[in-house]
Design a protein around this ligand. Structure first.
Ligand code: PLP
Ligand code: COI
Length: 343
């Protein structure tokens, strides 16, 4: 094996870092081929491919962690395998068989083992599977050929502040998805549609946009590239919506919250209700749990100060610590969430 790369693991940003290999598989003539290992960072794509013109692109995000016992744990890959199949159905793409997904994820992690950040560094190996439509077409129609690939990159925290309360904002001028649109799938176009709102929020000093439901603009939806949850009088509340991505991190927190005696409510949350919550957070693979200290409604001028002492709340911290402990093998994985590799 090659040397351990000389990276400053503790200060890694959440970004792309070249690694040794990626893994690719094509769907042609009605069947998936054999996965191939590649050292190339580029792909060869027809200039008229449906991915480029009509947005047939879906992706996933998951992480591998080096544990306290030296083993590597990939978190809930079966859930990502299911979700990318749902996204594929949503965009009339070819669903990747779960076993192929699993095999390719394990392969790419094993091949890039030297890039898995050491235990205790706070960093992890981000795994980015994605699928694109490859067939040349000028008419609007689905592709018949697809490419499914997995790349990895060692990453640090998504929000620059790390585990500290951030400020987010509500802006009714923008929606990232339509009421019965693509929000429930992990589709590249959703992120393109969020860029202008995100840029504006960043320019104003906010770390993310808290989107409202696109139909009534009344209920909280999700928080940039993450779900939203709040803690209110010992209850874990999180939005129920057709236009948000079903977050695997949120699903895991709901389980952990219930296990630690909290009631869990998945329901509509009005903007006004922010007045009475004690804690709030953005949650996702990249964000893990990022405490939200303040939410500014830029349309009404109202500021919801959640973290009154400027510190992450106790329940959010408890959930965050348990999740991280399971991911790093410090606590028993009673639900079998981890795929453990001895590499
Ligand atoms: N919502 C959006 C829009 C996302 O991009 C993500 C990230 O994957 C999430 C929520 C969180 O989902 P998960 O916890 O499965 O990473
Ligand atoms: C993730 O949390 O995995 C994401 O996909 C978020 C973002 C980087 C798109």
């Amino acid at each position: 094996m090659k040397d351990i790369p000389q990276l400053d693991w503790a200060t890694l940003p959440f970004g792309y870092q070249k690694t040794d290999y990626n893994v690719r598989c094509t769907f042609t003539d009605g069947k998936w081929g054999e996965p191939e290992v590649s050292e190339s960072e580029t792909i060869n794509i027809h200039m008229a491919a449906t991915a480029l013109h009509y947005g047939q692109e879906i992706f996933e995000g998951l992480k591998a962690f080096r544990g306290v016992d030296g083993k590597v744990r990939i978190f809930r890959l079966e859930e990502n395998a299911k979700r990318i199949r749902e996204s594929a159905k949503g965009l009339c793409m070819e669903p990747v068989p779960e076993e192929l997904f699993r095999k390719m994820i394990i392969k790419v992690v094993e091949l890039n083992a030297r890039f898995i950040p050491p235990y205790g560094s706070g960093a992890s190996l981000y795994i980015r599977p994605f699928e694109i439509g490859m067939t040349a077409s000028v008419g609007v129609r689905k592709a018949v050929d697809y490419l499914f690939m997995v790349l990895v990159s060692p990453v640090g925290p998504y929000f620059k502040t790390g585990y500290a309360p951030t400020k987010i904002c509500i802006m009714r001028e923008y929606d990232r998805v339509a009421p019965k649109g693509t929000g429930r799938w992990k589709v590249g176009g959703n992120y393109a549609a969020s860029l202008s709102a995100g840029e504006r929020a960043h320019a104003l000093g906010y770390s993310a946009v808290l989107y409202l439901d696109p139909k009534d603009k009344k209920y909280l939806d999700e928080c940039g590239p993450a779900n939203f949850f709040a803690i209110k009088d010992g209850v874990y509340i999180t939005p129920e919506s057709e236009s948000i991505l079903p977050s695997i991190t949120n699903m895991s927190f709901q389980q952990l919250a219930a296990d630690h005696g909290l009631e869990v409510q998945c329901r509509h949350i009005t903007v006004d209700e922010l007045e009475s919550v004690q804690e709030a957070a953005a949650c996702g693979t990249a964000a893990v749990a990022s405490p939200v200290g303040e939410i500014d409604d830029l349309d009404t001028g109202k500021k919801y100060i959640i973290a009154k002492d400027g510190k992450p709340g106790p329940v959010t911290t408890m959930l965050y610590n348990h999740l991280r402990a399971i991911q790093h093998g410090e606590e028993p994985d009673i639900y079998g969430w981890n795929t453990v590799l001895d590499i």
